[in-house]
Design a protein around this ligand. Structure first.
Ligand SMILES: [Mg+2]
Ligand SMILES: [Zn+2]
Length: 317
């Protein structure tokens, strides 16, 4: 006989709770749960932060593909067909694991790899944008990327941005004592066919939102997803109508989203961008508009409360 909750039943319950809250958002297009500003509800300690911004990394935050930049440190005679065949046979993570083995065999040292990562340029305006989203708008920032933890953490640290991020979801990687860089898949999944086996960004985003709710009693009024590639489509299909999907102009994510919005059942508003400068501009305009709307909703709500309480006082005399 079961006399306590199993982990899976707690997880299922929180998924149900989160899906219910999504449905409430979707039907009514506004926040119904208790807010940090004091709307009354059974769940009185609930905190709702205005924004979560989730970012892809390669070609979104940085201007190149971190994996191929490092792969190209290999001498040309190591870039063979059998290396390339691994992409089809074992997937991208397995391919990169072999690239790292060949780099090690070619005596390409950790310092060289790190230096190269540090030198990858940002997409113009992204550093400024990330800092501003965090410091001025109190956005929580996360990365969801199919690169690896070492490259992303090193780049962010080198550019003084690591502390701005709540979490980085990616394939774990590290240097072994002998200098070999090793990489593991983030997870193994087969049920999402939009995503690769080693990383479904949609699942990652959903789980993060559930975890924030479950552990911190925290949810977000709006979620912003910024990316460029086709592996950024799955998380966008999880967004609500009040959220923002931000595909990079001229890249595959934008092409796919504008070709098939109905088939993909994307509810979020689309906001395309070219650089961090124009994305920040567009987001700031959006945020200011929402701030006004929230203020109006708050005034309306307070007036309703006033009217309700005066009705209890009996007719005016
Ligand atoms: Mg990308
Ligand atoms: Zn997926």
């Amino acid at each position: 006989m079961k006399n306590r909750w199993s982990l899976s039943s707690i997880f299922k319950c929180s998924v149900r709770k989160y899906l219910n809250s999504l449905q409430r958002y979707n039907k009514e297009g506004k926040m119904l749960a208790t807010t940090a500003t004091g709307n009354s509800n059974a769940n009185s300690n609930k905190v709702i932060k205005p924004y979560l911004a989730a970012f892809d990394f390669d070609y979104t935050v940085v201007a190149q593909n971190t994996d191929t930049v490092i792969r190209d440190l290999l001498p040309p005679n190591k870039l063979t067909k059998d290396l390339h065949d691994i992409i089809e046979l074992g997937g991208w993570t397995e391919y990169m694991a072999e690239v790292f083995r060949r780099l090690h065999a070619s005596e390409i040292k950790a310092e060289k790899i790190l230096q190269t990562i540090h030198g990858i340029p940002e997409v113009p305006g992204f550093q400024r944008m990330l800092k501003r989203l965090k410091t001025k708008y109190n956005c929580d920032l996360i990365v969801i990327s199919d690169s690896n933890s070492l490259f992303i953490e090193e780049w962010l640290k080198f550019h003084g941005l690591a502390e701005y991020f709540t979490k980085i979801f990616t394939n774990p990687a590290r240097f072994e004592d002998n200098g070999l860089l090793t990489i593991q898949p983030f997870h193994h999944q087969t049920d999402c066919r939009m995503s690769s086996v080693n990383l479904c960004k949609g699942k990652v985003l959903e789980h993060f939102l559930i975890e924030q709710d479950l552990r911190l009693n925290l949810s977000y009024d709006r979620v912003i997803y910024v990316g460029d590639g086709n592996n950024d489509i799955c998380p966008v299909t999880k967004l609500r109508s009040r959220d923002l999907a931000c595909p990079r102009e001229g890249f595959s994510m934008e092409r796919t989203l504008t070709k098939n919005p109905l088939k993909l059942k994307v509810r979020a508003e689309l906001l395309t961008w070219k650089t961090g400068f124009d994305l920040l501009d567009k987001l700031e305009r959006h945020m200011e508009k929402n701030e006004k709307l929230n203020q109006q909703e708050k005034i309306k709500h307070n007036k309703t409360l006033e009217n309700t309480s005066s009705a209890y006082d009996g007719p005016a005399k």
